[in-house]
Design a protein around this ligand. Structure first.
Ligand SMILES: NC(=O)C1=CN([C@@H]2O[C@H](COP(=O)(O)OP(=O)(O)OC[C@H]3O[C@@H](n4cnc5c(N)ncnc54)[C@H](O)[C@@H]3O)[C@@H](O)[C@H]2O)C=CC1
Ligand SMILES: O=C(O)C(=O)[C@H](O)COP(=O)(O)O
Length: 382
């Protein structure tokens, strides 16, 4: 059994070495020649996998250690008898922590209470559902838009145009799709962008082309009132510098980049590969994940709840650090080739980031029962 894999998949050896020999390659360098002897292909989101890539290769299993599958030609590959697997929900917590950090930061810069904003969530699947749950715990009003779920008879959703008319903040969590009943490619076009409420905040951590980036730049030029946080870009790894300059927060597709999320992605694909091979999985993250214990943050019991909350959330993840690194890279990149390489380098060399479950909160005089409940509902260890 020979496996070709994206070199950015963590715990590759630990999970897969017992199942076959492994060749690691940069995800963007995986081509047909590299797959000549490969039975299985393990990717993340940057390798376009279609029939042309797999033609005349022995590949029979393709696994992507990511939530998104828009880089896989699902229909074409299914038709060719290749077994496909993805990692639903693996890094949803990281994305939610990214969105919370954006909300905190944008509110702080406007001296606004972010918990008073009405948040519109477009796409209410793994990420959107988790985000709603956390925001509801914090008392934030949410509007939800998910036409595929509404079409299945589920309730509690509004139409996209109604959401745009009513939401102070909009956060996008849809898959990228060009076809089907509810395509999302350029879901936010010029008209919808112009319809955003005065002073609206728009956060995109789904996929770049869900927003028409050229229209977005034009609308941002015309409207100084909007605030924009972009983690994903229409032509990654290339980024329109002029659009980045108009963002209040700009990051290189790292919203879900907690170590925990990446490791879960690898484990989910290991399990799918074992099913494909007809064997029982012998390994688990519990055995293989780094056992580094919980980090501790001690808060002062006398400080106001909102202050404790922002301190704890920022301690887990602070989007300002990623924004600063991204802008430094943009400033230093001398041409488009350097920009593309810089985008990928920031992702390859991403600093260690753990999710809030790995952080224990305590207070000098003990956390009140109410705060302990709030923090544990948010996913912290208390
Ligand atoms: N920036 C990052 O680091 C990451 C980005 N992502 C992106 O986020 C996307 C969402 O992730 P999950 O919530 O886990 O996916 P999911 O598949 O669990 O949920 C997506 C939801 O969007 C809904 N949807 C589909 N078309 C829609 C439309 N036209 N309008 C409104 N809703 C629509 C679906 O019905 C579903 O409920 C992924 O497909 C991926 O592209 C995911 C992880 C990390
Ligand atoms: O899971 C997804 O979907 C994502 O967008 C991943 O966070 C992307 O990670 P990379 O494939 O870009 O490492």
């Amino acid at each position: 059994m020979h496996i070709v894999a994206d070199e950015n998949i963590p715990l590759l050896d630990e999970f897969f070495a017992g199942l076959g020999s492994i060749t690691r390659l940069p995800g963007r360098a995986i081509d047909r020649a590299a797959l000549r002897q490969a039975d299985a292909l393990l990717v993340r989101s940057v390798t376009r996998v279609d029939q042309a890539l797999l033609r005349d290769t022995p590949v029979r299993f393709v696994g992507t250690c990511t939530i998104g599958t828009d880089h896989l030609d699902l229909d074409g590959l299914r038709g060719s008898g290749v077994s496909l697997a993805s990692a639903p929900g693996c890094n949803a917590r990281g994305v939610v922590e990214y969105v919370l950090s954006c909300l905190l930061t944008l509110a702080e810069r406007r001296a606004t209470d972010w918990r008073q904003q009405r948040v519109g969530i477009v796409g209410v699947g793994e990420v959107g559902t988790r985000l709603v749950r956390v925001l509801a715990t914090l008392g934030v009003e949410c509007l939800l838009c998910d036409p595929p779920r509404a079409a299945r008879g589920e309730t509690g959703f509004v139409g996209l145009d109604e959401l745009i008319a009513q939401a102070d903040v909009i956060s996008l969590h849809v898959p990228l799709s060009r076809e089907g009943a509810h395509p999302t490619w350029h879901l936010f076009d010029q008209a919808r962008l112009q319809a955003l409420r005065p002073n609206a905040w728009l956060i995109n951590s789904s996929r770049g082309p869900v927003i028409d980036n050229a229209a977005l730049e034009q609308v941002m030029t015309e409207r100084q009132d909007l605030a924009l946080a972009l983690d994903v870009w229409e032509h990654e790894p290339w980024v329109a510098r002029s659009l980045a300059a108009r963002c209040e927060l700009a990051t290189p597709h790292i919203a879900g980049y907690s170590l925990d999320g990446k490791l879960r992605g690898t484990e989910q694909i290991y399990q799918a590969f074992c099913r494909f091979l007809g064997i029982d999985p012998e390994l688990s993250l519990e055995q293989l994940a780094p056992q580094d214990g919980l980090a501790e943050l001690q808060l002062s019991a006398t400080t106001p709840t909102d202050w404790m909350l922002s301190r704890a959330l920022r301690w887990v993840y602070d989007v300002r650090d990623d924004d600063a690194r991204f802008r430094r890279m943009l400033a230093e990149a001398v041409d488009d080739a350097a920009l593309r390489a810089g985008f990928d380098r920031l992702r390859k060399d991403y600093p260690l980031r753990r999710e809030c479950a790995h952080l224990r909160l305590s207070a000098d005089a003990g956390l009140s029962a109410e705060l302990a409940r709030l923090f544990s509902e948010l996913g912290f260890s208390v």
